[in-house]
Design a binder for this molecule. Structure first.
Ligand code: TYM
Length: 326
C-alpha cells in the first residue's frame, strides 16, 4: 500500500485554507493510503512567537484533526518533537542540501525579508520537512501550493542521497487539489489566507464564532461587476469564493458558474457562507467532544510508538549507508 503523509504547524487555530489545502485531502484519501499525520511543532519554533502556548496548541490541533475526520484507526497520528529521528535525519540531510538551493526558497525569502535576526532554523526549515517526509517513505504529500517548493526540494535531496549512497529514500510527490491549492485572504484576495495574517477579517479559523464566519464571507472583497465567473487575475475575490465553494461541495467550477449565472454576488456569498458555516459547525461540535474526552493522549501514545518504529528503521538504514559506527 502506498503511503501518504502531511503535517501542520501548531502556530494558531488552523484556517479554512489549511483545512482545504491539507486536511481535507488526507480525509479524502485515508482509505487508499497508509497514512501519517503529525503536528509540526519543531517547525513552529523557527519563528519567535509571543503569547503562544505550544502545548495547548498541539493538543487543540490533534482534536481538530480528529474533528475534521482524520480517523485514528486509519492514520498514524503523532507529534513531531516526540520522535527524535526527525531532527537526527535532518542533520544528515543538511549535509546533502546546498546553501544556494535553500536560499532560493520562497518562504525563507518572504519570512526573512528585511530582518537581521532570523534564525538558522528558518533557513533549514525545508530540510527538516524533507526529513519528515523521507523518514516514512511517503509517496504522496498533500499540501497547499505554498509548500510545493518544499516538497520539491525533498525530492531533490532524496534523489541526491540515493545517487550518492544507493537507493534509500522514496522520491515523494506533492498532492495539490484542483481548487484548494491556495485559498486566498477574504479582504486581500491577492494574498493567501494565513494563520499569521494581521487583518482577522480576511481569515476564517476553524474555531471562529459561526456568525462571525458568516459576516466575514458576506463582507469579502469582490470586484465591481456582478458576474459569477472564475478569473483569478481579474476577479480574484469571486474566484476565491468559487474555489471555497467547489472544494466543500465537490462541484466543478463550470457547474458553479452555470448554477449562479443569473445570481448576484450577495446571493452567491450567502450560499457560500451557508456551506462553510455548516461544515465548520459540524467540526466544532466534534472538536469539543474530542478535546474533553481524554482520548487524545491515548491516540498520541499509540501514534508515536508506531511512528518511531518506521523512523528508526529508516534512520538505521541511513546510518549504515553512510558508515556511521554502530
Ligand atoms: P502550515 O501549518 O503552515 O500549513 C499547513 C498546510 O496548509 C496549507 N495551507 C494552505 N492551503 C491552501 N490555501 C491556503 N491559504 C493555505 N495556507 C496553508 C499548507 O500548504 C500546508 O499544506 N511546512 C508545513 C508543515 C510541515 C509539513 C511537513 C507538511 C512540516 N513538515 C511534511 C507536509 C510534509 C506548513 O506549511 O505548515
Amino acid at each position: 500500500m502506498k503511503r501518504m503523509l502531511t503535517g501542520l504547524q501548531p502556530t494558531g487555530v488552523i484556517t479554512l485554507g489549511n483545512y482545504i489545502g491539507a486536511i481535507k485531502q488526507m480525509v479524502k484519501y485515508q482509505d487508499e493510503y497508509e497514512s501519517f499525520i503529525f503536528v509540526a511543532d519543531l517547525h513552529a519554533i523557527t519563528v519567535p512567537k509571543q503569547n503562544f502556548n505550544l502545548k495547548e496548541n498541539t493538543k487543540s490541533l490533534i482534536a481538530l484533526y480528529l474533528a475534521c475526520g482524520i480517523d485514528p484507526k486509519k492514520n498514524t497520528i503523532f507529534v513531531q518533537s516526540q520522535n527524535e529521528y526527525h531532527a537526527n535525519l535532518s542533520w544528515v540531510l543538511e549535509c546533502n542540501a546546498y546553501f544556494g538551493e535553500l536560499s532560493r526558497m520562497h518562504q525563507f525569502k518572504e519570512k526573512s525579508k528585511g530582518k537581521e535576526n532570523f534564525t538558522a532554523g528558518l533557513f533549514t526549515y525545508p530540510v527538516l520537512m524533507a526529513s519528515d517526509i523521507l523518514l516514512y517513505d511517503a509517496d504522496i504529500v498533500p499540501v497547499g501550493i505554498d509548500q510545493k517548493q518544499h516538497v520539491e526540494i525533498a525530492r531533490d535531496i532524496a534523489i541526491r542521497f540515493n545517487n550518492k549512497y544507493g537507493k534509500t529514500f522514496i522520491v515523494p510527490e506533492p498532492l495539490i487539489s484542483d481548487t484548494g491549492t491556495k485559498i486566498a485572504d477574504l479582504v486581500d484576495p491577492t494574498k493567501k489566507m494565513s494563520k499569521s495574517s494581521e487583518n482577522q477579517n480576511g481569515v476564517i479559523r476553524l474555531l471562529d464564532d459561526l456568525e462571525l464566519i458568516r459576516k466575514k464571507i458576506m463582507k469579502a472583497t469582490t470586484d465591481s461587476d456582478s458576474i459569477i465567473k472564475y478569473d483569478e487575475e481579474k476577479k480574484p475575490g469571486i474566484s476565491n469564493l468559487i474555489n471555497i465553494y467547489s472544494s466543500l461541495t465537490g462541484k466543478t467550477i463550470k457547474q458553479i458558474e452555470d448554477e449562479f449565472k443569473s445570481s448576484n454576488y450577495g446571493t452567491f456569498k450567502k450560499v457560500v457562507a451557508d456551506v462553510v458555516v455548516n461544515e465548520i459547525e459540524k467540526i466544532q461540535k466534534k472538536y469539543y467532544e474530542y478535546l474533553n474526552s481524554g482520548i487524545i493522549d491515548e491516540i498520541l501514545k499509540e501514534g508515536i510508538n508506531k511512528a518511531r518504529i518506521y523512523a528508526k528503521s529508516k534512520y538505521d538504514a541511513v546510518k549504515n549507508k553512510i558508515g556511521f559506527y554502530n
